[in-house]
Design a protein around this ligand. Structure first.
Ligand code: BG6
Length: 500
């Protein structure tokens, strides 16, 4: 492996005692270390408010790895690269101390001045931290300097722009790595390959042959202990503005002229620019919302959203969104992209269904058993793979046509678990590959699209809430949204990929 593939870095992790660091970041770094993708030339400075010694912090890191990976070979050696700095984000002296520590570690581990500042904490401090990193000289380094920043990136376009202006005072656009962890998922990355490496799909990938595309991301979890955040976000800001629109962009973009970060991102931006804008009056024609009531999930009774911790008992926040997106360009004119996402639904699953148009003339017309349309299913999670639904003759003498499925399951080929999204994204940010991070232009356009909807929804109390029971696939209005077009949601719960 070349040096570019085994990058050195000082990772300064703000929010080091938080949930994301514990569940995702430490286990991902450990896996990268075990695979030899990061060598001994790395150090992590955990930055958080509470006082901890280096030893206590290292124990915290080791515990999180044991809990989440259940393995501990070389763990002491790995954890010895972790240091702790107790920090108050507004205290200038504290940044100076961080700088001194960074310089020492740079020397000790031969890090060539490479610095990755990872903000995995409350977003209200993002701007303040970025400004201090610059004013106190931490960004003044001979190696690379990069800012990795978690969502939410703003609350709407205006606040996102303000935040962007602040972080841009310290980092150039190409030094900012805005995380959308869906872009790190194996099968989300596979969308482009399925489309652009297969002669049988790309010629059909347009409004002549595709009837509609459905993207479903359902969760069984409720809001857990995140009620306070979720009340200000709702499913629209939490999932649609980022993950759902990113998947649509990948499904709809034109083939890039080259597989470079700039070319791919600019094609995605063009899709977001082509999204049909809605007037306020049109919002409820294109988008519907839901909120879960009490119900049963995986055999257990669960409370409704309004009874969750830190949630207003009269809350108007949506925990479910379904929408119809129209992409007004030559390729997609007339093809609806339906999206839906929600909490406390029947299954934890993300799937894309591409429904092809019916064949022009049906030679096998049988009113008792109408021919099924061809479908391409991209299974993003929990299973990973693709399924193609075709029609074929039932074996034997009868001329009955039956649907058949061609399956490809990622795991049965690799016979190993695909890396976690965070593992890939961390590695990419260290290698300087920003392809699977969101550019400001994408963030800005997504907010502008979503802001129209949230403006309307926040200003009209939804009287039907709660309108779907926990453990269901969402409210009735989501079915009606498709029925108006003569379509229906495919029952994705049944589209389970068979692994061999
Ligand atoms: C996050 C949202 O971005 O994505 C969460 O804030 C949501 O509310 C999560 O649960 C879903 O991610 P995944 O990878 O579990 O589908």
């Amino acid at each position: 492996m070349s040096n570019k593939q085994r990058p050195s870095a000082l990772i300064m992790l703000f929010g080091a005692t938080g949930d994301l660091a514990k569940r995702k970041l430490y286990p991902s770094l450990y896996r990268l270390y075990k695979k030899g993708r990061i060598t001994e030339r790395f150090a992590v400075v955990g930055v958080a408010r509470r006082p901890l010694t280096n030893e206590e912090f290292q124990k915290h890191v080791k515990d999180s790895i044991l809990t989440h990976i259940g393995e501990n070979t070389e763990i002491d050696q790995f954890a010895s690269h972790f240091y702790y700095h107790s920090h108050d984000v507004t205290n200038t002296q504290s940044y100076r101390d961080l700088k001194t520590l960074a310089e020492q570690l740079d020397e000790k581990y031969s890090l060539e001045g490479n610095r990755l500042f990872y903000l995995a904490m409350a977003p209200e401090f993002f701007g303040t931290i970025a400004e201090h990193l610059k004013s106190e000289g931490l960004t003044d380094t001979r190696g690379y300097k990069r800012l990795v920043i978690e969502k939410p990136f703003g609350h709407n376009f205006e606040s996102a722009q303000k935040l962007n202006d602040r972080i841009r005072t310290a980092f150039a656009e190409d030094e900012i790595y805005r995380i959308d962890h869906y872009l790190g998922k194996e099968m989300v990355q596979n969308i482009e390959v399925i489309r652009f490496a297969n002669a049988i799909f790309e010629p059909l990938w347009n409004n002549r042959y595709i009837s509609n595309i459905q993207v479903t991301s359902s969760e069984t979890l409720g809001v857990e202990e995140r009620g306070r955040y979720y009340e200000t976000s709702g499913a629209l800001r939490d999932m649609v503005q980022n993950h759902m629109l990113q998947m649509v962009a990948l499904l709809a973009m034109e083939p890039p002229i080259r597989l470079t970060t700039e070319e791919i991102r600019s094609e995605k931006v063009r899709v977001l620019r082509s999204l049909r804008a809605m007037s306020k009056e049109e919002v409820n024609e294109y988008f519907v919302r839901g909120q879960y009531g009490a119900g049963e999930v995986n055999g257990e009774d669960v409370v409704g959203y309004r009874n969750e911790l830190n949630v207003d008992p009269e809350s108007n926040t949506e925990t479910y969104v379904a929408g119809k997106l129209m992409i007004d360009n030559f390729r997609w004119a007339g093809v609806p992209f339906y999206i839906r996402t929600g909490k406390r639904m029947a299954a934890k699953s993300t799937k894309i269904v591409v429904q092809f148009k019916d064949i022009p003339m049906n030679l096998y017309y049988n009113p008792a058993e109408p021919l099924q349309p061809n479908l391409l299913i991209i299974h993003i999670q929990p299973e990973e793979g693709i399924t193609l639904h075709l029609n074929a003759k039932k074996s034997g003498k009868s001329s009955t046509i039956i649907p058949v499925r061609l399956n490809f399951a990622n795991k049965s080929v690799d016979r190993m678990n695909t890396p976690e999204a965070y593992e890939k994204l961390l590695y990419d940010s260290m290698r300087g590959d920003a392809t699977n991070f969101t550019h400001w232009d994408e963030v800005a356009l997504s907010w502008k699209f979503v802001d129209v909807i949230s403006d309307v929804w926040e200003n009209t109390k939804e009287k039907s809430f709660p309108n779907y029971p926990a453990g269901s696939m969402g409210p009735k209005c989501a079915d009606e949204l498709l029925q108006k077009d003569g379509n229906f949601w495919w029952d994705v719960e049944k589209f389970v990929i068979e692994t061999c």
